[in-house]
Design a protein around this ligand. Structure first.
Ligand code: FAD
Length: 296
């Protein structure tokens, strides 16, 4: 059978996570170059563009347990094989749904998965930005057993050899959530700048991550502190002036963050400004005291 890697690539098609781990482990222990294949939206173009394919591919499409999403009293768990299309209409997860709806085209959303987004670790990836704001746990499995890490740890260290992402877990929403994105032509490009914002009415805080300015999704800590102190938590509302101040503080924090490489078409000043505008707009959208239609 011809595989996405080429005629000499061995294709494993496990039916369970255990079988996937076993195939991955065997290839790693044999010292062969092995890749996981989920929806293929990133991997297949990369293999086509590159020279020789990997020695082996472990295709995850038949692993049904990775395609499950579920809700408990306090958490939502999303399997690595869940697609953006699966998430886009999930009413229990408005922020995940909003981030998924703006990914690529219908075709990309039908194929692209949560596990693939983490595996690609694009610093501007829409899902990663949301997961950073949501303080998601990443669940991984290997022959050594299961472990969890957070988004920062995952981006810093990556999966260990022989390890795959099995799911992500986020807290059940306890307030409004939104995801805003500025980009080139939708369906063809990831975000230029994006912003995920979650209101946590139980812990009385606002969590906000911005991508497209720093080297990865960046939490705007000073703006979050201002929101924690100044939002009226008895009603979950805030005045418009606070949204503006939130955006200014977000932009100020981003100026001090380690920057993405300079892009002459979209200079850092523009991206920082855009991030501040998005953060203010997201704040205004989520805090009901601000009238809809008010300029942020
Ligand atoms: C035209 C186009 C438009 C796009 N637009 C956007 C966009 O707007 N926003 C955005 O964020 N992204 C966008 N993307 C990127 C892409 O769709 C996402 O990164 C997607 O989530 C990748 O998922 P996949 O299932 O297709 O992964 P694959 O291509 O199958 O794999 C991607 C990487 O992840 C690894 N991997 C797969 N599954 C796992 C797992 N379970 N554990 C560990 N590693 C794993 C693979 O080995 C590979 O390295 C776009 C891509 C294209 C081609």
């Amino acid at each position: 059978m011809t595989t996405p890697g080429g005629p000499s690539t061995v294709l494993h098609r496990p039916g369970t996570v255990g079988e996937a781990v076993a195939s991955l482990t065997a290839e790693v222990e044999a010292g062969r170059d092995v890749r996981l294949l989920a929806g293929g939206t990133d991997l297949v173009p990369a293999l086509r563009a590159g020279g020789r394919g990997p020695a082996a591919i472990v295709a995850l499409r038949r692993v049904l347990e990775l395609r499950v999403r579920g809700a408990s009293a306090d958490a939502l768990t999303v399997g690595a094989g869940v697609t953006y299309a699966d998430l886009a209409g999930w009413s229990l997860a408005p922020g995940l749904a909003a981030a998924s709806r703006v990914v690529g085209s219908v075709q990309i959303r039908n194929c692209g998965t949560v596990g693939g987004a983490l595996g690609s670790a694009n610093p501007r990836g829409d899902l990663l930005t949301f997961l950073a704001a949501a303080e998601a746990e990443i669940l991984l499995a290997s022959a050594r057993g299961a472990r969890t890490t957070d988004v920062d740890g995952f981006l810093r260290d990556g999966p260990e050899p022989g390890e795959l992402v099995t799911a992500v877990r986020v807290a059940r929403p306890s307030g409004p959530q939104t995801y805003l994105k500025i980009g080139g032509r939708q369906a063809a490009f990831p975000a230029l700048v994006s912003c995920a914002l979650l209101v946590d009415r139980v812990r009385e805080r606002v969590c906000c991550a911005v991508s497209g300015v720093a080297t990865g999704p960046w939490r705007v800590a000073a703006a979050e502190r201002l929101a924690g102190d100044e939002v009226d938590w008895s009603t979950g509302t805030a005045p418009l002036a606070l949204a503006r101040r939130f955006g200014e503080l977000a932009a100020g924090g981003l100026r001090a963050a380690p920057p993405l490489p300079e892009d002459p078409r979209h200079p850092a000043d523009y991206r920082v400004h855009a991030a501040g505008v998005l953060a203010a707009r997201a704040f205004a959208r989520c805090l009901a005291g601000v009238r809809r239609g008010d300029p942020a």
